[in-house]
Design a protein around this ligand. Structure first.
Ligand code: ADP
Length: 310
């Protein structure tokens, strides 16, 4: 049986969990060490954020995780969208039984081609679907912290975190608790009402020193399968223009495609269900843009072969 890594048995000298922070209470320090020791085997942590709900944040999170797994990476997917956790549904594992004990939760493993995704969702812990709705602020923070602290991850190349939408207390709790994340991918639609919220999201990231890895414009135009005409149902390029204005990278656009809805409902992400679709190609390109320096030739080729040609 594997022994768990703890801060006491760790020789890393540049970890901020070694020392108590100024003014930190004893119990908060113990909690922080517990959280760090669970997460320190993860090389990269990426938070997927959105200014508002319904823009496709979970769809993007699940497809990014699946594309990375298809490229041969060890991937974790953590669903902390406390009011609408949808990752189990999107991966067809809603009925999964969690293994663990009082203080430890083991992720559910989902196979993807040559890779695998380790999945943990707060949905597995919500006894009643509406539980989270009635929790007040401090209780929500406590639940999010407990949840993050209890999950026992394996060695991972990437952890993709499907964070709660908006710029309120809940995404703030997630960003503060995972304070060594590589950065955030922000999902929007091209519509001005959504883009406005993303501006706030970029400001939110800047205020808490969370790097913005880039903006993804989802639901960006619909190409009629009969006549080929492209219609900007929610507008076009709003996310790209905003990214340029705000000086953050633009990662790419994903078109509206009814197959995205079908793949979500059937629990098979687009990148594996329809690898040759424009939407899957767009996910491949986004991963390549996001991670280019990190990926080796084989991994890039895997992404290219699932349709992600630049
Ligand atoms: P969020 O996590 O932001 O609330 P979801 O990922 O749950 O959003 O997506 C909301 C709805 O939009 C879902 O029904 C999903 O299938 C659909 N959807 C997301 N992206 C697309 C797309 N590119 N084309 C068509 N439908 C999409």
């Amino acid at each position: 049986m594997k022994t768990e890594k703890t801060c006491n048995s760790c020789s890393t000298s540049d970890c901020s969990a070694i020392k108590k922070q100024h003014g930190e209470r004893d119990e908060d320090f113990v909690d922080r060490q517990a959280l760090y020791s669970r997460m320190c085997k993860i090389k990269h942590k990426i938070l997927v954020l959105s200014g508002k709900g319904g823009v496709g944040k979970s769809t993007v999170a699940v497809n990014l995780a699946a594309a990375l797994a298809l490229a041969g990476k060890n991937v974790g997917l953590l669903d902390v969208d406390i009011h609408g956790p949808s990752i189990p549904k999107l991966l067809n594992i809603s009925g999964a039984t969690l293994a663990g004990n009082e203080n430890t939760l083991y992720p559910v493993k989902v196979n993807f081609g040559i890779g695998m995704i380790s999945v943990m969702s707060i949905a597995f812990l919500l006894k009643e679907k509406n539980d989270a709705v009635i929790w007040r602020g401090p209780r929500k923070y406590g639940i999010i912290k407990q949840f993050l602290k209890d999950v026992q991850w394996d060695e991972l190349d990437y952890l993709i975190v499907d964070a709660p939408p908006g710029t309120g207390d809940e995404p703030l709790a997630v960003a503060q608790l995972i304070d060594d994340a590589d950065g955030a991918v922000i999902v929007t639609t091209p519509q001005e009402i959504s883009v406005q919220d993303v501006r706030r999201c970029v400001v939110f990231c800047r205020q808490i020193n969370l790097p913005v890895l880039g903006v993804v414009e989802n639901m960006s135009g619909f190409t009629c399968p009969k006549c080929g005409e492209n219609t900007g149902i929610f507008g076009l390029d709003g996310g790209k223009i905003m990214a340029d204005e705000m000086g953050v990278p633009f990662l790419g656009s994903i078109p509206i495609d009814p197959a995205v809805v079908i793949s979500g409902d059937s629990g098979t992400p687009m990148v594996s269900a329809n690898p040759n679709s424009e939407a899957a190609k767009a996910f491949g390109r986004i991963i390549l843009t996001l991670l280019e320096p990190e990926l080796n030739l084989d991994e890039s080729t895997n992404l290219l072969s699932m349709g992600g040609k630049k």
